[in-house]
Design a protein around this ligand. Sequence first.
Ligand SMILES: NC(=O)c1ccc[n+]([C@@H]2O[C@H](COP(=O)([O-])OP(=O)(O)OC[C@H]3O[C@@H](n4cnc5c(N)ncnc54)[C@H](OP(=O)(O)O)[C@@H]3O)[C@@H](O)[C@H]2O)c1
Length: 290
Amino acid sequence: MSTYPPELPGGTWALGGLTVTRFGYGAMQLAGPGVMGPPADHDGALAVLREAVGLGITHIDTSDAYGPRVTNRLIREALHPYPGALHIVTKVGANRDQQGGWPPARRPEDVRRSVHENLESLGLDVLDLVNLRLGDAQGPRPGSLAEPFEALVELQQQGLIRHLGVSNATAEQVAQAQAIAPIVCVQNMYNLAYRQDDELIDGLAEQGVAYVPFFPLGGFSPLQSSALSAVAARLQATPMSVALAWLLRRSPNILLIPGTSSVTHLRENVAGAGLSLSDEDLGELDKLGR
Ligand SMILES: NC(=O)c1ccc[n+]([C@@H]2O[C@H](COP(=O)([O-])OP(=O)(O)OC[C@H]3O[C@@H](n4cnc5c(N)ncnc54)[C@H](OP(=O)(O)O)[C@@H]3O)[C@@H](O)[C@H]2O)c1
């Protein structure tokens, strides 16, 4: 018997009380070059979002910093009123400057303002999940997250946020957040070639906390390696498909949010993530990031 929407590769995951497809969509690529300004193809961006939902994806990742305030508005234009099954995950903790930089915005008043801006731009009364983005464009940085995270907890207690997460965080910051309030996900950079968080992923899996890799396809520098290309060629698949299928196999708590501004790429990625990898393939791929 066929189901609609069709089951996506990886099945589903319970993100707190919210059921999401493990194959999600990251909206950052919908903004203009350098994640600044509007997309070159406005209607094309709306089409990608509608296709994501049409394919059965129920997890969209975004931020008001994308554009800024571009991707949230596109999501609202394309999808509001939102299907009940769709869960939009946003983040706070960074602003944009004139040069396209990502200066931190983590004072309690910044966090409060950003949550209200996300509610407004997405057209929601409650945000399903808000990640506190830490560190900077070079990656996680050590330091206390207490002040901004406690501000988010207050907003959650006021009923404006259902669940909390952290992003671009060190393992110590993840533990610090968990000592303050429950988190349902960690969103950090991770892919076949960049595996700093292997230990963290396994620890979170034991706790039932999701790990959401950003740059799953390498981000602004697409994943490239001869070992990856060899496995892909043997499987008559693209390196992108292998990278996504590998992440789904890597751990059950990994949720995918690959980004694309193309309906064709979106379809390819959904199909590609369903690729089955043998133990031999996994062994070969495992050497890539070690
Ligand atoms: N928390 C954070 O600090 C943080 C940081 C960065 C990103 N994120 C989130 O993570 C999501 C994923 O990251 P990302 O979008 O930057 O990187 P990504 O998913 O690793 O890669 C996206 C890039 O891959 C290309 N691509 C996608 N599918 C393709 C295909 N089938 N064939 C060829 N090229 C393909 C896209 O180009 P096309 O548009 O041409 O398809 C785009 O350039 C973002 O959308 C965002 O929501 C979070």
